[in-house]
Design a protein around this ligand. Structure first.
Ligand code: AMP
Length: 265
């Protein structure tokens, strides 16, 4: 199963890709995380990428294509993979075809005016990666993680000005990717202005429509904690298992785990 997850910034790609990866046993490759890792490691690639990321612009194709190629070549993805945040330009989509086929492209849809609020309110714990939202899911103490008292920070590119720029880049450079896959009949849209659980249900059902035999193999949905996470599983730390528990005895298709007060981003 070779999946691509498209959608504007803050539509919930990271959250949903993590959930789908876990449920279907896929390798999750998040281009934003690969780039942030390079920035954190202060590599020359990271230093180059940072200035584009901080400005809300796309990092040049040559850099991200090199990263994805390396990742696909060096990691084992027996059951397949889900690409989150790649491709974001038609040149990237074409290059991807040189490395591998893509079976299905899922595109999250949400009105842009809902996204700025999601981004600017987002706060992340530096130590455990839990994600809060200042309005929808604030921590008990300002700027302190409820879970481990870690300090909360806002991503450099989550301020209103940069978010507008990221949306502009999406419209100009990534919208054509949607058309590219649509003309190849690989594209399915999923409305993502609903709860994380509901978006998850819709994505799972879309995948099972394409591969019905997987219905018996899919793992149950993770049960999501009410807090502290406005956006559970989004970060690398959270993906390693913190912030989720397995749900018990629920249906597999749809009916994703219960949660209280979690909002998607
Ligand atoms: P994300 O975490 O997916 O929101 O990505 C954060 C930032 O990383 C984006 O705003 C871009 O600056 C950069 N980025 C991520 N994926 C790509 C890509 N496929 N092509 C170019 N830049 C990217």
């Amino acid at each position: 199963m070779r999946l691509v997850l498209l959608g504007p910034p803050m539509a919930g790609k990271g959250t949903q890709a993590s959930i789908l990866a876990e449920r279907f046993g896929l390798l999750h490759i998040a281009m934003g995380d690969l780039l942030r890792d390079s920035v954190a490691a202060d590599t020359s690639l990271g230093r180059k990428a940072k200035k584009y990321m901080d400005a809300g612009a796309l990092v040049p194709d040559a850099i991200v294509i090199g990263l994805i190629e390396g990742k696909l070549k060096t990691t084992n993805s027996e059951k397949g993979f889900i690409l989150d945040g790649f491709p974001r330009t038609v040149a990237q989509a074409k290059q991807l075809e040189e490395f591998t086929d893509v079976d299905l492209v899922l595109c999250l849809e949400i009105a842009f005016n809902r996204l700025v609020e999601r981004a600017t309110g987002r706060r992340i714990c530096r130590s455990c990666g839990a994600v809060y939202h200042m309005k929808n899911n604030p921590p008990k103490k300002p700027n302190v993680c409820d879970r481990d008292q870690g300090k909360l920070y806002s991503r450099n590119d989550d301020n209103a000005k940069v978010v507008q720029e990221r949306l502009r880049a999406y419209e100009a450079q990534t919208r054509p990717v949607i058309n590219y896959y649509s003309s190849r009949e690989k594209l399915k849209f999923v409305d993502s202005d609903v709860s994380i659980e509901e978006v998850g249900n819709r994505l799972v059902n879309t995948i099972l429509d394409r591969w019905p035999h997987l219905e018996t193999e899919i793992k149950p949905a993770p049960e999501q904690e009410a807090a502290p996470s406005a956006e559970p599983l989004k970060t690398k730390e959270a993906r390693k298992g913190r912030g989720t528990r397995r749900q018990h005895g629920r249906g597999r298709r749809g009916n994703v785990g219960k949660s209280r007060g979690i909002r998607g981003s």
